[in-house]
Design a protein around this ligand. Structure first.
Ligand code: H2B
Length: 96
């Protein structure tokens, strides 16, 4: 069962992400990051790889793509805030 991150988990799990370019979204329990690629092909190839992980884990990003920029927001809709799935997906997105 997915749960909202506890205060303790936020310290250990979110802090490394916030140090690597993720930001808390104002007014909402979510994290966001903007990725820049060389061109649209690179951006879309990355989105395709990300989509396969999202499907595999049944956890999907909110994202917005314009040309070579992809803005990603992560939150767990089922619990109305951040869960460990968001942290897991964020780490995966950073590694792709
Ligand atoms: C029914 C389905 O399992 C759920 O709606 C899944 C799908 N993908 C999801 N993605 C995200 N980001 N949050 C969710 O709560 C979520 N729930």
């Amino acid at each position: 069962m997915t749960e909202k991150l506890s205060d303790t988990a936020r310290k250990t799990v979110l802090e490394p992400l916030l140090e690597s370019g993720w930001e808390m979204v104002e007014g909402r329990d979510a994290i966001a990051k903007t990725y820049q690629f060389k061109d649209f092909t690179e951006a879309f190839a990355w989105m395709t790889r990300a989509a396969l992980w999202a499907e595999k884990w049944n956890h999907h990003p909110e994202w917005f793509n314009v040309y070579k920029t992809v803005q990603v927001t992560l939150s767990t809709h089922d619990v109305g805030g951040l869960s460990s799935l968001d942290a897991k997906l964020a780490r995966k997105l950073d590694s792709l």
